[in-house]
Ligand binder design. Structure first.
Ligand SMILES: C[S@@+](CC[C@H](N)C(=O)[O-])C[C@H]1O[C@@H](n2cnc3c(N)ncnc32)[C@H](O)[C@@H]1O
Length: 335
């Protein structure tokens, strides 16, 4: 936290440079884009009951100790403002020994809170929780997946569309980080008319890209695709989006399916997209917009494409996890 932003940005760029160098790739690196302080819009905190009430915070590294974060410099102030309600909720609903996970997401409409690991939702607990949610003006509260309070929909704006992601679903961590990634992906695909968006989530890239192209969105979680589809149906002026629930590790899109697309967007979890990249390498696809939260698996996957005639045109480092060692990036590969 004592290092300057410029120093940390240079360090992150170096992490990416080193990972790619290990695969024999020299990347044209763009300067990192860093999210502002107090801009993180989703976080999962842990809560535990104590003799006096409850403690809510973050675990120390590799430790069971919970540390309170009353003046967090990372969280958006709207998330910090919900901390006292999280304490009340933990005191009411955590079991004597266990911890609850409190997943908070900020969107249009307010705060969406998804709690897991709590006591069974009996009638009196339901009443207590729903009263706390009312006092704290939470937009939605779910308890072990069941809705306790749903005062307002918590929507995210993806391009012109509004999407209500399922409780606790993946969402880019900050608005600034998402904007940087979407801008990079838009630039990478250029004027492509037909795009496959793989590991599409709830439509972070599909929906903005559908302003100018037809999209086929593929993702493992059906609930996220349902949210994407509902957002697309309500929006105006977008081109067609088709969705497909599919495990892309086991059943990647094959060259025959890929050949209909002018460009492919790939945004896998930390494990990367090795199986999918092999099929892209064997397909006639010419443009890949790759988004990654793990420079090592990205470098491994990029090597599969460069080995098949792709060039790595540029890499944009994006830092939406301030003061953490996470490094994210978006890149363009083409042939
Ligand atoms: C890093 S997130 C990106 C989501 C989306 N592109 C976004 O920016 O919001 C990775 C996504 O991959 C999905 N996923 C994870 N493993 C998968 C698999 N084996 N097959 C298909 N999708 C998977 C997750 O559900 C998650 O939505």
């Amino acid at each position: 936290m004592h290092a300057s932003d410029a120093f940390v940005a240079a360090w992150r760029e170096d992490v990416v440079r080193t990972a790619l160098a290990a695969q024999g790739i020299e990347p044209p690196l763009r300067p990192a884009i860093t999210s502002p302080v107090r801009s993180r819009r989703r976080a999962t905190l842990a809560g535990r009951r104590t003799k006096k009430g409850a403690i809510v915070g973050l675990h120390g590294r590799a430790s069971g100790t919970l540390v309170e974060v009353p003046e967090c410099l990372v969280l958006h102030p709207d998330l910090t403002a919900a901390l006292s309600a999280l304490g009340e909720i933990t005191a009411a609903g955590a079991s004597r020994k266990g911890e609850v996970a409190l997943a908070l997401t900020r969107g249009e409409g307010g705060i969406d809170l998804a709690v897991t690991g709590g006591k069974p939702l009996e009638q009196s607990l339901f009443a207590t929780l729903s009263a706390i949610a009312g006092r704290a003006d939470l937009a939605r509260l779910t308890w072990n997946g069941e809705i306790v309070a749903g005062r307002r929909a918590v929507a995210q704006r993806f391009g012109n569309a509004r999407v209500v992601p399922p409780p606790g679903a993946f969402l880019q961590a900050t608005e600034a980080g998402e904007a940087a990634l979407v801008a990079a992906v838009r630039e990478a695909v250029g004027p492509a008319r037909r795009i496959a968006d793989l590991f599409a989530g709830a439509g972070t890239f599909s929906l903005p890209l559908s302003e100018a192209a037809e999209i086929h969105a593929v993702e493992g979680e059906t609930a996220m695709l349902a949210a994407l589809d509902a957002g697309w149906r309500q929006a105006r002026g977008l081109q067609r989006i088709t969705t497909e629930a599919r495990d892309l590790f086991r059943r990647p899109l094959m060259p025959d399916e890929l050949k209909r697309h002018d460009a492919v967007v790939v945004d896998p979890p930390r494990a990367g997209a090795e199986a999918q990249m092999r099929e892209i390498a064997a397909s006639p696809v010419r443009i890949v917009a790759a988004v990654s939260c793990n420079p090592v698996t990205f470098a491994r996957d990029a090597r599969i494409l460069t080995g098949a005639g792709f060039a790595l045109d540029w890499v944009q480092v994006v830092d939406q996890f301030r003061w953490s060692p996470h490094v994210e990036l978006a890149a363009r590969l083409s042939r």
